[in-house]
Design a binder for this molecule. Sequence first.
Ligand SMILES: Nc1ncnc2c1ncn2[C@@H]1O[C@H](COP(=O)(O)OP(=O)(O)OP(=O)(O)O)[C@@H](O)[C@H]1O
Length: 226
Amino acid sequence: MIILDNVTKEYKQGHPALDRVSLHVHKGEFVFVVGKSGSGKTTLMRLLLKEIEPTSGRIIVNGYDYAKIKSRKIPYLRRQIGFVFQDFRLLQDRNIYDNVAFAQKVVEAPNRHMKRQVLNVLDLVGLADRLKAFPGELSGGEQQRVAIARAMVNHPLLLLADEPTGNLDPVTAREIMDLLDQVQKRGTTVVTVTHNKDLVNAMGRRVISLEDGRIEQDEARGSYDI
Ligand SMILES: Nc1ncnc2c1ncn2[C@@H]1O[C@H](COP(=O)(O)OP(=O)(O)OP(=O)(O)O)[C@@H](O)[C@H]1O
């Protein structure tokens, strides 16, 4: 699903944010990426989203070689990747239904499927009864559920989450992590950047630790003990 081969990203010459990182993530895996501030976690996510280009090395996601992909194919690639951010990034002037439906419209899904799919994912995240609410009327945890529903509505093969629980209390954070766990159980590969040691240690999943742009540890049922 994800192959990184000797990937380096230098924003400024001589200071690699990622330094010769090689990594394989299999289809359907759940992976945590941990590490101190500045260790390169967000850079890794941005490379996987093809928001930025590596300075050197090779990135292949779902069979797409990022160096070779034609620009007209990039929308197809992005359609297969959902993402969730710490600050939710919902459209404040749209209701919950429209926030999720908007992701569908972006990929020009046929209208007759749209409504059913939106309702399905909102049901999955437990918000089927809040369709008409606006983001400002929801708690942080509920807003993150909407963001996850939006990320899932196109049935992505890969879900990238950058600090999805960073703004949430511990109980809500656990609920969001359990939701990502369900997303993975439905077949989506999930890569989650987090600083939340308790959750990483509770979930017993693969943990990739970055330090100064390099992979320090990569453990199948890892813990977070930096
Ligand atoms: N756009 C940019 N231009 C220049 N340097 C950058 C840029 N983005 C990140 N960096 C640098 O790259 C390094 C890695 O940053 P990155 O944001 O990937 O770290 P991080 O592990 O996500 O940190 P945090 O946990 O604080 O979000 C840091 O030294 C950072 O200052």
